[in-house]
Design a protein around this ligand. Structure first.
Ligand code: PMT
Length: 407
């Protein structure tokens, strides 16, 4: 069931002018257009003549749900000034794949086809996804042209590396859709965390007992990943220190992988000093087995069935004890009872600025679910949020952080 309240961060209702040019990667545009349409973005496709050699306008029209444009000299009365109308209607322009030819045209202000004329007329953000053979990409002419486009204020997404359609290996592939989608979302998001360095911990820790067994918990990492993704979208430089999880890396986020609480503490310790904001969304094990057996413990062994435990470091409390002036610390509190009192205790004991309290007994809140319902607690304020997706919850947490930074 979908979360009950709150706007979802997404591209719904945004009007994307989607330029497709003549590259073998044009087939990937079909999947991207489908993803946009599914998200209820409005997509208008403009194809160059060469693009139609690679993919049919019928396909892109059907997937976008809109007529595909391509002809500069359409005599239909409503489409005579198509480049002007299209450029005014769109919220942004995305060109994917962008060939060396189209990039050269745009870099030199050419307006000899509908796509280049529309881009020239557009005073909207333009995102370019180059895709071509590695040598073409690295040719000084293409490099200069891309530099010129950046100089115009266009966003150029660096092509991915891998095996190209021609068989060569190197840079030149279209990037992953996730990265392009995040780039588009950032265009429509206030960059109120720009210039902030943020460290987020996420996921569980694993405390080994022998080579095959460990103590851990049900944290999926989703809450921490949602915080990382949304902070990046709002302009922050984000580092995610993460225990063992099975999630795709958020684009543009520096990843540091750890397993145990001690490893997490060490990783956080080396990074903390230069961070403006630190958020502890990880479910760090409070205890670890006092001894990790080198060999698998056998069922037949007469050893005691008790596991002796010793305490793990409390990472957030450690940071709270030595936080530098101006550094903002946000902790989570995973609670089953006395939520607010427990949250307040952690706020004070760990010397934090904000505690995000989540109920771990609700079927749609806390561990290993897509949604969360949290209370934001500071020294002088308590705000209960509704049930939201973890991404929407993360955005509301950042709203509060921005308020705290401004005050
Ligand atoms: O990963 P998901 O499936 O999306 O689930 C999200 C979550 C429920 C794990 C997350 O929202 C959450 O509540 N994380 C904190 C879980 C937790 O360990 O809570 P706590 O009340 O025990 O700890 C309080 C704070 O101290 C937390 O910021 C925690 O990261 C930190 N802590 C705890 C123990 C420890 N040894 N070191 C710590 O730094």
């Amino acid at each position: 069931m979908a979360p009950q309240t709150g706007p979802e961060p997404g591209l719904q209702g945004r009007h994307i002018l989607f330029g497709v040019t003549g590259s073998i990667a044009a087939f990937k545009a079909a999947g991207w257009i489908r993803s946009l349409a599914r998200e209820e973005a409005r997509v208008t496709v403009v194809m160059t003549r060469a693009a139609k050699q690679f993919i049919s306008p019928l396909t892109l029209g059907a997937l976008s749900g809109n007529r595909v444009h391509g002809d500069m000299f359409d005599h239909h009365p409503e489409r005579i000034m198509a480049h002007i109308t299209l450029s005014r209607e769109a919220d942004c322009v995305l060109i994917a794949p962008a060939t060396a030819q189209t990039i050269a045209r745009l870099a030199h202000g050419m307006a000899d086809d509908l796509l280049s004329a529309t881009v020239l007329a557009a005073d909207r953000p333009v995102v370019i996804c180059p895709a071509m053979n590695t040598n073409m990409l690295h040719h000084p002419a293409t490099r200069d042209n891309l530099e010129r486009l950046r100089g115009f204020g266009y966003t150029v997404i660096a092509p991915a590396c891998g095996t190209l359609a021609c068989g060569d290996k190197g840079a030149g592939r279209l990037p992953e859709w996730d990265l392009v989608r995040e780039t588009l979302l950032a265009l429509f998001t206030e960059q109120d965390l720009a210039g902030r360095r943020i460290l987020i911990t996420a996921g569980p820790t694993r405390e080994p007992l022998d080579p095959v067994r460990y103590l851990s918990n049900r944290s999926s990492g989703r809450m921490g990943y949602a915080l990382a993704r949304t902070a990046r979208r709002r302009g922050a430089e984000v580092t995610l220190v993460v225990g063992p999880v099975h999630l795709d890396d958020p684009p543009g986020v520096e990843m540091v992988r750890v397993t145990t609480a001690v490893e997490m503490e060490n990783a956080v310790g080396t990074l903390a000093e230069r961070m403006d904001i630190i958020v502890g969304a990880a479910a760090v094990a409070d205890y670890r087995p006092a001894v990790c057996q080198e060999r698998k413990i056998k069922k037949t062994e007469a050893a005691s069935r008790c596991i002796e435990l010793e305490s793990n470091p409390d990472i957030m409390a450690g940071l709270g004890g030595r936080r530098r002036p101006g550094q903002l610390l946000v902790g989570f509190a995973a609670e089953s009872h006395d939520h607010e009192a427990e949250g307040r205790r952690k706020l004070v004991e760990k010397n934090l600025h904000l505690v995000v309290i989540n109920d771990i007994l609700g079927s749609r809140t806390g561990f290993d679910v897509e949604t969360n319902q949290v209370t934001l607690l500071t020294g002088d304020d308590v705000r209960r949020l509704p049930l939201l997706s973890k991404e929407a919850t993360a955005d509301r947490i950042w709203d509060r952080v921005v308020e705290l930074l401004r005050s």
